[in-house]
Design a protein around this ligand. Structure first.
Ligand code: ADP
Ligand code: MG
Length: 432
């Protein structure tokens, strides 16, 4: 039977011989064309690569730069550039992200900017990944927040959308709190304390100072002028579980006590009465200097502590409302555990603990009731007033991110933390 089939096939083939011949020719031509097309494509890619490399010779990251650029070509950019005439939204909890520009050293090291901020409330992180066959590709992580600030946004624009809407809270008898969160070097101190001109910080350009200015503008309004009010400032640092007064020349360590009514008191904290913006600027400068003048490497030390700047509004002898601005310790500690020494590891654990407690406390604030885990860390303990009192209190978190390829892991951690703060709120609101 097998032989019969072969014979049959042979007859078929001979019948279709001419047909087959021309289809083979066609097939060969198609392959030739295909090969030609591939060659052309490769030539174009080589040309693009050499153009890129000649513009930027020896850049080891040219491929990532090219892929990011190709992705950006598909986006329509309409980033935040000005405050809307209606002003910023006032919400109980606002979560924003600020991307800083590439630093000079990042540019010299051919680091690639892998963050795109296409609109006022969205952001994309381009993460470099390898396929199983080791070819590179980008994974695009998309995030949404209340506001996203790109590298061109000024401190003023950030302030207008974050802390400024909270100033009224203090006059209405509430507590407003603004946090700067992110890895070391992402721009927390730049945003809160002011721009650096070399090593010198111009504190008039920071959120602390801009807030103080608006507090005095509000104070000058007729309804407050008549009252017996006073503005005070305090500035302290939380290093591990210890609290240090930054406005006292000896930078003493202070005790934190809780009275029978769960009121938390930082015993002996300097509260300076101020009557004008210049008074406040002087105090900020003093505190900033005190903060970074540690015996060990100043920046390393300040990155491991939380700095809290507070403006208090007193009516007579009792506190009416408060604004707190917190420059948090760098959040990169978790990853340090392999290399760090014992002391640094203990500090890192404390920082992680305080940042987790902070997230839980903001979540409790959004619920407006229930268990408030403020004793979870020194930070949340001293800020207890920020998390109780329900709708009267307002909180804003600015998550700072560095733009570079080499920071992607920390950047994603920061964004996921910020995302969870917001996500939890959305979920909680649904159940209210
Ligand atoms: P962090 O306090 O988070 O450790 P810094 O505020 O000290 O970070 O910023 C690190 C560096 O980046 C500083 O040299 C600062 O001047 C610079 N920088 C941060 N944010 C910006 C920005 N938005 N524009 C320009 N430079 C910035
Ligand atoms: Mg800092």
């Amino acid at each position: 039977r097998g032989a019969a089939r072969i014979a049959e096939n042979n007859t078929k083939q001979s019948k279709t011989g001419n047909l087959r011949c021309s289809s083979v020719v066609r097939e060969v031509e198609r392959m030739k064309e295909e090969r030609e097309r591939r060659r052309q494509l490769q030539a174009e890619q080589r040309q693009e690569k050499s153009a890129l490399m000649s513009r930027d010779p020896g850049n080891p990251n040219w491929e990532v730069a090219m892929m990011v650029r190709q992705y950006r070509d598909t986006l329509a950019f309409k980033p935040l550039r000005s405050l809307s005439p209606r002003g910023a939204r006032v919400q109980q909890i606002t979560v924003c992200v600020r991307k800083r520009p590439m630093s000079r050293s990042e540019l010299t090291n051919r680091n690639v900017d892998v963050i795109s901020v296409p609109s006022p409330d969205s952001l994309v992180v381009h993460e470099l990944r390898n396929k199983v066959d080791l070819t590179k590709f980008l994974e695009h992580h998309k995030f949404r927040f209340d506001y996203t600030f790109d590298e061109q946004c000024s401190n003023k624009l950030v302030y207008d959308h974050t802390a400024r809407p909270l100033i009224r809270t203090m006059f209405e008898g509430g507590n407003a709190t603004c946090f700067a969160y992110g890895q070391t070097g992402s721009g927390k101190t730049h945003t809160m304390g002011g721009e650096f001109l070399g090593k010198v910080q111009d504190c008039s350009t920071g959120i602390y100072a801009m807030a103080a200015k608006d507090v005095f503008i509000e104070m000058a309004k007729p309804e407050y002028r008549k009252m017996n009010t006073e503005i005070t400032c305090s500035f302290f640092e939380i290093y591990g579980t210890k609290v240090y007064d930054l406005l006292h020349p000896d930078k003493p360590m202070l005790r934190v006590l809780e009275d029978g009514n769960q009121q938390v008191v930082v015993v002996g904290l300097t509260e300076m009465a101020v009557t004008k913006v210049d008074d406040v600027l002087e105090l900020i400068e003093l505190g900033n200097k005190e903060r970074t003048s540690g015996k060990t490497s100043a920046n390393a030390k300040s990155s491991r502590s939380h700095a809290v700047f507070q403006i208090g509004l007193y009516k007579g002898d009792s506190i009416h409302g408060k604004c707190s601005f917190v420059d948090l310790a760098g959040n990169e500690r978790g990853a340090d555990t392999k290399t760090a020494n014992r002391q640094t590891r203990i500090e890192g654990a404390e920082i992680n603990k305080s940042l987790l407690a902070l997230k839980e406390c903001i979540r409790a604030l959004s619920r407006g009731s229930g268990h408030l885990p403020f004793r979870g860390s020194k930070l949340t303990q001293v800020l207890r007033d920020s998390f109780v009192g329900g709708k009267r209190n307002k909180t804003c978190m600015i998550a700072m991110i560095a733009p570079g390829l080499t920071s992607v892991e920390h950047t994603l951690n920061t964004l996921r933390y910020a995302d969870r703060v917001k996500e939890l709120i959305a979920k909680d609101e649904e159940t209210v």
